[in-house]
Design a protein around this ligand. Structure first.
Ligand SMILES: Cc1cc2nc3c(=O)[nH]c(=O)nc-3n(C[C@H](O)[C@H](O)[C@H](O)COP(=O)(O)O)c2cc1C
Length: 155
């Protein structure tokens, strides 16, 4: 008999980043976050997608309920961002993200997806919809994967 799957949840939050305004320093700070978060997420079997829009962060993290709770406790205490607010926390039938920690930010390639999602005014008002964050994260992931030619594996 197949083992019963433990309960799978996703958590969507947003926050304001406390990062340097110097581009080089900011990139190295983001590199540190990525290294630490990736290692923790791999260990806890968490998959995630982090959107960075100006000085805002919005992330979807998915995994087993207890692991997500623990990871979010760490995330909420991290001094590299503030005003961490949960938008949605619910059970999901399956994972939608492939990587333990992936970041999407505005650049020439992703510009049109960011514009279409129009997340910035919602983040500035403090009222982003979980569905808008989720849809942009899924869109950025599938765009990146189709550019790598591996999208057919995930239909
Ligand atoms: C924007 C942002 C996103 C983060 N995402 C994650 C994450 O997905 N998983 C995680 O474990 N920690 C995440 N963190 C938290 C930090 O990487 C944290 O330093 C790390 O979990 C190590 O925790 P520790 O200091 O208790 O060892 C995030 C922090 C920030 C600022």
């Amino acid at each position: 008999m197949r083992a019963k799957r433990t309960s799978l949840v996703h958590l969507i939050y947003f926050s304001r980043l406390n990062l340097s305004s110097d581009p080089q320093l900011r990139a190295s700070q983001l590199g540190d976050i990525t290294r630490q978060a990736q290692k923790k997420n791999e260990f806890a079997v968490i998959t995630s997608f982090l959107i960075i829009e100006q000085n805002f962060a919005a992330q979807v993290i998915e995994g087993e309920r207890g692991s997500i709770q623990e990871a979010f406790n760490r995330i909420a205490e991290d001094q590299r961002h503030r005003d961490v607010q949960i938008c949605e926390w619910r059970e999901i039938a399956k994972r939608e993200f492939v990587h333990s920690f992936k970041t999407g930010m505005r650049n020439a390639a992703s510009e049109s997806l960011f514009n279409k999602a129009n997340l910035l005014p919602m983040l500035q008002r403090g009222t982003p919809k979980a569905s808008a964050i989720h849809a942009l994260a899924v869109g950025l992931q599938s765009d990146a994967m189709s550019k790598q030619g591996i999208d057919h594996l995930f239909i």
